[in-house]
Design a protein around this ligand. Structure first.
Ligand code: AMP
Length: 279
């Protein structure tokens, strides 16, 4: 496994692989790798000739009062995990390599970037879309793997890839959870033992909504989920929303399929989760 730090080297290797007909799979991450990331890596190793994992804590997707500085950075451990899981290249550029002085170009996916998490994290998805577009260009990936855990991010990247004619195919991957149901996340390391217990309630509440969806309408479901989340210790809700599963547009009250997405603070940690609802 080779570690690459320079964009120009990543691009040179990608071009060589492309010319040899080797298909590259890309797994974009911010590091602090866990079983969720490993499941994406496993899919790429299975389907692609070459697997590239990018590790980049992207400053442009953090707001001024967010956790950019304290975000977990566990590079040595991440490298071991990548090696063990048969990754071919780790691309780990510095901030100045990705955003050198005088950098000016950004990608925006209008409307989709402003709803749900975008309403609470201004500029977040602009930062995400920009970095992912750059990674697609640098790796010339045939396929790129994204977790359904970050559902809005997945739909935004799909839309960006379509609108900007990227040839990279977006592969959605299921949410990997702890035994207690908590969706795995690098940010879970911020949680105390009691907070973990509270956070585990989120997925239970979403599961309940899935069962309720058979006979309840959207308004009733959202009301119940809101009350459930509110009753978790140390919780503060950013949003509870039901949206169109394919494009995140508003749904009508009697929709047959939807995504139920929530963002909730447990203490000082902001957690997101979602579930697909089908009648
Ligand atoms: P991150 O390092 O948090 O930016 O995540 C990198 C990729 O891993 C994204 O596509 C995430 O959606 C995905 N991911 C993170 N957590 C999970 C999880 N628990 N299950 C599946 N995919 C995940």
């Amino acid at each position: 496994m080779k570690i690459i730090k320079k964009a120009s080297e990543m691009q040179r290797i990608a071009l060589k692989l492309f010319k040899c007909g080797e298909e590259v799979g890309l797994v974009p991450t911010m590091g602090a790798l866990h079983e969720g990331h490993v499941s994406l890596i496993g899919k790429s190793v299975k389907h692609d000739d070459i697997t590239v994992v990018s590790i980049f804590v992207n400053p442009t997707q953090f707001g001024p009062n967010e956790d950019y500085l304290k975000y977990p950075r566990l590079f040595e451990q991440d490298i071991k995990i990548c090696k063990k899981n048969h990754v071919n290249y780790v691309f780990a550029p510095s901030v100045s390599e990705m955003f050198p002085d005088g950098y000016k170009t950004f990608v925006e996916v209008k409307d989709m970037q402003d709803i749900l998490c975008g309403e609470y994290r201004k500029g977040h998805f602009k930062g995400v879309a920009t970095v992912v577009a750059k990674l697609f260009n640098m790796t010339m990936a045939e396929r790129a793997y994204f977790g359904i855990k970050d559902f809005q991010q997945l739909r935004i990247i799909e839309k960006m890839a379509k609108d900007l004619n990227f040839r990279t195919k977006i592969v959605p991957c299921p949410v990997i959870r702890e035994k207690n149901g908590l969706a795995m996340s690098s940010r879970n390391s911020y949680l105390s033992e009691n907070e973990i217990k509270a956070a585990a309630g989120i997925s239970k509440i979403l599961k309940g909504a899935k069962a309720d969806f058979k006979e309840k309408d959207a308004v009733q479901i959202i009301k119940k989920v809101y009350a459930g989340l509110e009753s978790l210790p140390e919780s503060k809700i950013d949003y509870v929303e039901m949206r169109d599963y394919n494009n995140l547009s508003k749904i009508n009250i009697n929709a047959k399929k939807a995504v139920l997405a929530v963002a909730v603070w447990i203490g000082k940690t902001r957690l997101i989760d979602n579930i697909m609802l089908v009648k």
